[in-house]
Design a protein around this ligand. Structure first.
Ligand code: F6R
Length: 242
């Protein structure tokens, strides 16, 4: 595991965007595994800026996103489909048919999870998977659990997640109760993994996940077992890592 220290959020975003750019330049037909959340927003902005300058070409790139809320349609501005278009896909020359996000509107969970896992396999897996880190060590929607869930699956969101998300929706009833997510095995199949982390509020979980025991109670700790992981984190996030 390679740990790269950045000065602050902006520096983290530029360093991470540089790593993704290098991947796109070195292998123009790469499969990029992508994440949503607040942490990658700055790096997507940076990629868009470099694309607009003519430094990047996404025309042969394919993407697979980590997760999506079940029951939210694509037009909903809280869907991860919407997020990805808003922050990246609408601003670069990626082909829409080469972008993939789990289909939150497929009611048959087993069918959708099987389809998505097979799709990732048919693309040969992600060349580079981008991840954020949850405060409890979650990656994708893989929450702390007694065992690592391997494949793409449907998760019941915890009460605290539903509560935290309530503010983004018109009423509590509209908050999704489930989500589709790549499994830990799906993530671990990626050839390279890039984790971005920012802020002092993540310092404790960074220390636990990257220098503590490997346990499904801290899902990100499994990344210690992957042969090519780069963590780009700012000083604040690294402040408790010994
Ligand atoms: C996003 C995702 C989540 C986030 C994590 C961190 O697709 O799967 O695991 O990466 O919740 O979120 P932020 O970056 O908002 O702290």
């Amino acid at each position: 595991m390679r740990i790269i220290e950045a000065n602050d959020y902006k520096d983290m975003s530029r360093k991470a965007a540089n790593i993704i750019s290098a991947q796109v330049i070195m292998k123009p037909d790469s499969v990029l595994g992508l994440a949503t959340g607040s942490t990658p927003i700055g790096l997507y902005e940076q990629l868009v800026e470099w694309y607009k300058k003519g430094d990047l070409d996404f025309s042969k790139i394919s993407t697979v996103n980590l997760d999506e809320y079940k029951g939210l349609d694509r037009e909903n501005d809280q869907s991860y489909y919407y997020f990805m278009h808003d922050h990246l896909f609408n601003h670069v020359n990626i082909r829409p048919e080469c972008t993939n996000v789990p289909n939150g509107m497929e009611p048959d969970a087993e069918k959708e999870c099987r389809r998505y896992e097979a799709l990732i396999d048919s693309l040969g897996g992600a060349d580079l998977q981008l991840l954020g880190l949850g405060h409890n060590g979650h990656i994708g929607f893989n929450e702390p659990a007694p065992v690592f869930e391997k494949m793409t699956h449907c998760v019941d969101l915890t009460e605290s997640t539903i509560e935290a998300n309530k503010r983004f929706f018109a009423s509590a009833d509209e908050v999704p109760k489930q989500a589709y997510t790549m499994g830990i095995g799906t993530i671990m199949k990626a050839k390279k993994i890039l984790v971005v982390v920012s802020g002092e509020d993540k310092a404790e979980i960074v220390a636990k996940a990257f220098s503590g025991d490997v346990t499904p109670e801290v899902p990100a700790s499994i990344l210690q077992m992957h042969q090519d992981v780069t963590v780009v984190a700012d000083k604040a996030a690294l402040s408790k890592l010994s």
